[in-house]
Design a protein around this ligand. Structure first.
Ligand SMILES: Nc1ncnc2c1ncn2[C@@H]1O[C@H](COP(=O)(O)OP(=O)(O)OP(=O)(O)O)[C@@H](O)[C@H]1O
Ligand SMILES: [Mg+2]
Length: 373
């Protein structure tokens, strides 16, 4: 069995560009030549500014969108060419966790029905009793109680709803789960619980995870490898620890340096990404980052740098020779605040007690309590 579970080759997705009654709609180059490999069992993160194409890429990988060009291979089979039973198998093997646990669960379906539905689709011969037992087991696995099966989504907190979403994603027995900002809609005190739950599940069940997240702390905590996207392209990709410790692309450097230190002491040293991200309907020529890059030279406007690899690489003409005047403030592995958040979940799952350094806001404490009914 190959080590690579998911592979994208030169993926392109352009939206619009067609004639309509209102004239020609501008062509949006949402994803423009992405190649990557995700290894079995790893957690692969995708990071980048809003609008850089992360969700579009995730949808292409899942075949929720058809690419303009390029290919996605899942376990060696081209995703865009499967149909019939093979497509059903693909839907079973690749699951999606949505960002918003409030709108992604049908409010009219009980939790038992929501979690049991994928079983009905993928294991139609399973007896009703067996299915109920399986739903109870899945609810336990995600930290909920079997009796929650009779309740409806509105009766749960955000964190609990995301757990229901995870149980539903797990029901078909997937090999890979893609989470598009799976915790960003949650209160910070609940985020760590859900992240740790996903980490535990992926380890216990041998799952591969592809996680999109804005929060670099989340990515650092949970991913093995990371791809940094800018305007539809990957500008840097590699092992998370290495990318965080030694970011080589000027954009990655700026992105990582923008994580504020706890005491604000690094504010003066932080490199700043100048201005807004250009529009993906009219991206800059050559290196797409050149209009904001402090190191840009003539060549950058003319020639597009390539990553040169499916696994590790830096798409910058000058990354090897860039002189960085001041050392970058390397974020500590985990800030005190993040440590405290993860301690909450660990203590709760291990039955220990938690002492807060700082009192949590009322809403956060309430949600945390609700999450451990
Ligand atoms: N269906 C669509 N039709 C036209 N343009 C689209 C469509 N979907 C996405 N886009 C555009 O493609 C670009 C990338 O969007 P995408 O949602 O992939 O970004 P993102 O990185 O996920 O952003 P965010 O962090 O805000 O979720 C954006 O400019 C967006 O407006
Ligand atoms: Mg998105």
């Amino acid at each position: 069995m190959s080590d690579v579970i998911l592979e994208a080759t030169s993926l392109v997705k352009h939206f619009g560009g067609s004639d309509s009654w209102f004239g020609k709609t501008p062509k949006v180059q949402a994803v423009d030549g992405v190649s990557l490999r995700v290894r079995r069992g790893e957690t692969f993160a995708i990071v980048g500014e809003s609008g850089c194409g992360k969700s579009t890429l995730a949808r292409l990988l899942m075949r929720l969108l058809e690419p303009t060009s390029g290919a996605v291979m899942f376990e060696g089979k081209e995703v865009s060419s499967v149909s019939g039973d093979a497509l059903k198998t693909l839907r079973r093997d690749m699951q999606f966790i949505f960002q918003d646990p409030f709108s992604s669960l049908n409010p009219r379906m009980s939790v038992g029905k929501l979690v049991g539905e994928p079983l009905e689709v993928h294991a139609p011969d399973m007896s009703a009793q067996h299915r109920r037992d399986k739903v109870a087991e899945l609810l336990r696995k995600v930290g909920l109680r079997p009796e929650h099966a009779g309740r409806y989504p509105h009766e749960f907190s955000g964190g609990q709803r995301q757990r229901i979403g995870i149980a539903r994603a797990l029901a078909s027995g997937p090999k890979l789960i893609i989470g598009d900002e799976p915790v960003s809609a949650l209160d910070v005190s609940v985020q760590a619980q859900v992240i740790n739950l996903m980490g535990d599940l992926s380890r216990d069940l041998g799952l591969t995870l592809v996680i999109i997240a804005h929060d670099l702390g989340v990515i650092r905590h949970m991913s093995d490898r990371v791809a940094v996207m800018y305007l539809g392209r990957i500008v840097e990709m590699g092992r998370t620890e290495e990318v965080f410790a030694n970011p080589r692309h000027p954009y990655t450097q700026a992105l990582l340096a923008s994580i504020p230190s706890m005491d604000g002491s690094d504010a003066a040293r932080r490199p700043v990404v100048l201005g807004e991200m250009p529009s993906p309907s009219n991206p800059p020529s050559g290196c797409r980052f050149h209009t904001r890059c402090p190191h840009a030279q003539g060549r950058c406007k003319e020639e597009s740098p390539t990553l040169g690899s499916y696994e590790d690489g830096v798409a910058c003409h000058f990354w090897e020779t860039l002189a960085i005047d001041t050392p970058l403030p390397i974020p500590s592995p985990r800030s005190d605040a993040t440590q405290a958040r993860f301690a909450l979940y660990r203590a709760a799952t291990e039955g220990g007690t938690v002492t807060h350094k700082k009192p949590q806001p009322e809403t956060a404490t309430k949600q945390h309590r609700e999450d451990h009914l």
